[in-house]
Design a protein around this ligand. Structure first.
Ligand code: MG
Length: 298
């Protein structure tokens, strides 16, 4: 068995692993990699290197700089038309990169006040853009731009690009971070990484029911330890794969930790990709890794 794999619940985790598939390091030399998103049409993984202020692109043949400066780009997603959606942590805004390469600002304020520092983003099947807005980017120039907060909460927002409507999905998180939908989009998972700035703070993933764009039935789904949940993703069966200090943690749909992929450095985010959608791309502090699994994206 691959020595990077730690099986906790054999019956539930063993069949997700390809015994002969190694953990591959695809790129290194970054300062804090984040925000992986896969574009199947070009077999490209786009991700961010925050302190180096650049967006990166991996293709099968290597990694290149896609955009620099990037306004300290953080989380990325792909919208229903195949366009890149980016959280610009430094510019405190959400952007969309059009097919011709132009960068269009989707939203940078709420009720007349600047956003904090958009962190991570996901697009639902109806085209609505959901993103988290913790204050991390305001706290240092390393992963943002130091500045004063104007909003009194660290919200999860819901943005309708068709009519430019921004609404608060929830203001109940301490530091909302990664987010992901269940395969049928009836549940939204949101990571809370409040422990980064408070030893007693949350390091858990919260689940919400989603109906007509409204969140309800807030409940704890899983606690991540060691470390915090930063980025998360969901597989085709509804398991949640989360970043952690010692690697990637896999939680079954009932929240049970069933296995880990051990990594030598702190994991920041995860995303499925590859032609068969079964390659898990993993961003860590300084590197980009990937591993083939026998389960993939929804
Ligand atoms: Mg994040």
């Amino acid at each position: 068995m691959n020595s990077n794999i730690e099986i906790i619940n054999y019956a539930r985790f063993r069949n997700l692993i390809v015994t002969t598939a190694p953990l591959e390091r695809l790129h290194d030399g970054m300062r804090w990699a984040e925000g992986p998103v896969y574009f199947a049409d070009t077999n490209t993984l786009i991700f961010s290197d925050l302190p180096n202020d650049r967006l990166m692109a991996w293709t099968g043949s290597g990694v290149s700089v896609l955009r620099s400066p990037s306004n300290v780009a953080n989380g990325n997603a792909r919208d229903r038309e195949g366009r890149l959606i980016t959280c610009e942590s430094g510019a405190r805004r959400l952007t969309r990169t059009e097919h011709d390469g132009r960068v269009f600002v989707l939203v940078d304020s709420f009720e007349g006040r600047k956003l904090n520092s958009p962190n991570d983003v996901v697009v639902s099947a109806d085209g609505i853009i959901w993103f988290t807005d913790p204050d991390y980017g305001l706290l240092s120039n390393y992963t943002g731009r130091r500045g004063e907060r104007e909003l009194n909460a660290n919200n999860v927002f819901r943005f309708d690009a068709l009519n430019s409507t921004l609404t608060v999905a929830t203001n109940t998180m301490v530091k909302p971070n990664g987010l992901a939908f269940s395969p049928d989009e009836s549940v939204l998972y949101v990571a809370d990484s409040g422990r980064t700035h408070d030893p007693e703070g949350p390091h858990h993933i919260i689940a919400f029911d989603v109906k007509s764009g409204i969140l309800s039935n807030r409940r704890p789904f899983a606690t991540v330890d060691p470390g915090i949940p930063d980025g998360i993703c969901v597989d085709e069966d509804g398991r949640v794969w989360s970043s952690a200090a010692d690697g990637v943690h896999c939680f079954d749909i009932d929240g049970e930790l069933i296995g880990k992929i051990r990594l030598p450095e702190t994991v920041s985010n995860v995303a499925f990709g590859g032609p068969n959608r079964d390659r898990l791309f993993i961003t860590t502090a300084t590197s980009l890794y990937a591993i083939y699994l026998s389960v993939g994206a929804p």
